[in-house]
Design a protein around this ligand. Structure first.
Ligand code: AMP
Ligand code: ZN
Length: 468
């Protein structure tokens, strides 16, 4: 399997440190708002990377932090006249709701900065002891000049690095590139006690401390959006490698950006969409398919037309599955014919092509194309003369490939349900309600919902309709 490693700017063969367990760290969001459509990209991409490893039989330990102390959170709390805790709790819950909608697996651990302060302080202490950090008036800085390979990830030369660092001019720093590990809190801000007085950590140190605590000194994959390469990931490497003396992460993966009208998404330009807004117009699974239809390193220009195209594509898959279900129900033949057995072997080619695409730096765009080829194969080769066994084999193959990408996992049998069956179930539900057997009533409603039947209680009785 090959992964493009930002550290070497090359596709490299992936060899885990410990083949028994792949260790992945993905930088998570700062929680002061609903996540936007751009933030959804690393969520979907790296969840798919994880799923593919799991499909290959690896155990994956996946850590994704929540940044829950930050200037933006404090500002938001002040604006809303509430506490940072309220803001953080609200937006972590909302972020997880979105993640569930996108069918993102929960991380093995979701550490939060506020719960990891002792580890952060320990790491800063180590950096000071080893001569990689210094304190001035309650602020601790990382000494970039003491770390020889500073700049190795972003490949910036000294001049570029300095230009980037000049934004934050500060008399106390030994060098303009030095960055904050710990800073005193301002009035009204959250703080913790530390050897350097009351204060709170800088942004970069949290990921180094959390990755070390939950995954050890050397991890396999560290990931995030490409904007994190510099300074965030560059600084993480400096902190971690200076503290441990070991390589921090073997492979660095970065997703490309999502732009709007070919411009960077930004609140001030008004070209900014929260995931929640988009999900009101297009189901989450359409958003997932949309993201996976492009290569993860390419930029995506977000547009309604592209979303609509993804929705149409998804409909094509659904129609094929619906037809297969119908054929499976009504087929006269149980067992495969000799011809069908030959065709069934072709199904393996699709699986192989799919895997080849995924093993070439997670080329989900090609993997998705393979699924569409398979859908076409199904439309051409399965019809009312096909055997049940063959139709099931084709359906299972389509679903298996979709599931690897985290799509259609929750899809129950899409088999058509007859009007009489629906009426009968609705009657049963009415009886259950009369008998105050709410559990059974809910169960029946949920079952119908899975079949795409929506119930509506009206004064005239229960009405139902088929979804979409
Ligand atoms: P943030 O909360 O800004 O730190 O972002 C959380 C994650 O989303 C990081 O991995 C960012 O790199 C990523 N990200 C932010 N904006 C975009 C975007 N427009 N396109 C793709 N990824 C993004
Ligand atoms: Zn990070």
């Amino acid at each position: 399997m090959k992964i493009y490693n930002t550290l070497t700017r090359k596709k490299e063969e992936f060899i885990p440190v410990d083949p028994g367990e792949i260790k992945m760290y993905v930088c998570g969001p700062t929680v002061y708002n609903y996540i936007h459509i751009g933030n959804a990209r690393p969520y979907i991409i790296f969840d798919t990377v994880r799923r593919y490893f799991e499909y290959k039989g690896y155990q994956v330990k996946y850590v994704q932090n929540f940044t829950d102390v930050d200037d933006k959170i404090i500002k938001r709390a002040q604006e809303e006249k509430t506490t940072t805790t309220e803001i953080v709790e609200k937006y972590i819950a909302e972020t997880l709701k979105d993640a569930d909608g996108l069918n993102i697996k929960r991380a093995t651990v979701h550490p939060r900065v506020t719960e990891e302060i002792p580890e952060i302080i320990d790491m800063i202490k180590t950096l000071i002891e080893k001569g990689f950090a210094y304190e001035v008036n309650g602020t601790v800085y990382f000494d970039t000049q003491a770390f020889d390979s500073y700049g190795k990830l972003s490949k910036k030369n000294q001049e570029e690095l300095e230009a980037g660092a000049r934004i934050e001019v500060n008399e106390d720093k030994k060098h303009p590139m030095d960055f904050v590990l710990w800073k005193p809190n301002k009035e009204g801000e959250p703080y913790w006690e530390s050897p350097w007085g009351q204060g709170r950590p800088g942004w970069h140190i949290e990921c180094s401390a959390m990755a070390r605590k939950y995954l050890g000194d050397t991890i396999d994959i560290h990931a995030g959006g490409e904007d994190l390469i510099f300074p965030h990931h560059e600084n993480e490497i400096a902190q971690s490698e200076a503290a441990t003396g070991k390589e921090f992460a073997r492979y660095w993966m970065h997703n490309g950006f999502i732009n709007v009208d070919n411009k960077k998404m930004s609140k001030s330009k008004g070209n900014f969409f929260t995931l929640r807004e988009v999900a009101q117009e297009f189901p989450y699974e359409v958003i997932r398919l949309f993201m996976l239809s492009a290569h993860y390193r390419s930029p995506i220009n977000f547009s309604r037309e592209l979303m609509q195209a993804a929705q149409n594509s998804l409909e094509r898959i659904k129609n094929a599955l619906f037809n297969l279900d119908h054929l499976i129900r009504h087929s006269q033949e149980e067992k495969m014919t000799e011809d069908e057995k030959r065709l069934e072997k072709e199904l393996e080619h699709f699986q192989n092509k799919f895997e080849e695409a995924m093993e070439d730096d997670f080329n989900t765009a090609d993997a998705v194309s393979v699924i569409f080829e398979l859908v076409k194969f199904s439309n051409v080769n399965v019809d009312s003369n096909s055997s049940k066994e063959f139709a099931i084999a084709v359906k299972n193959k389509i679903l298996a490939l979709l599931n690897i990408l985290g799509l259609f996992e929750k899809e129950e049998d899409t088999a058509d349900i007859l009007d009489e069956e629906i009426e009968e179930l609705i009657m049963k539900r009415q009886e259950a309600r009369k008998a105050k057997n709410w559990a059974l009533a809910d169960e029946i409603r949920d079952h119908l919902k899975q079949k795409g039947i929506i119930l509506e209680d009206t004064p005239q009785g229960v009405k139902w309709k088929r979804q979409g």
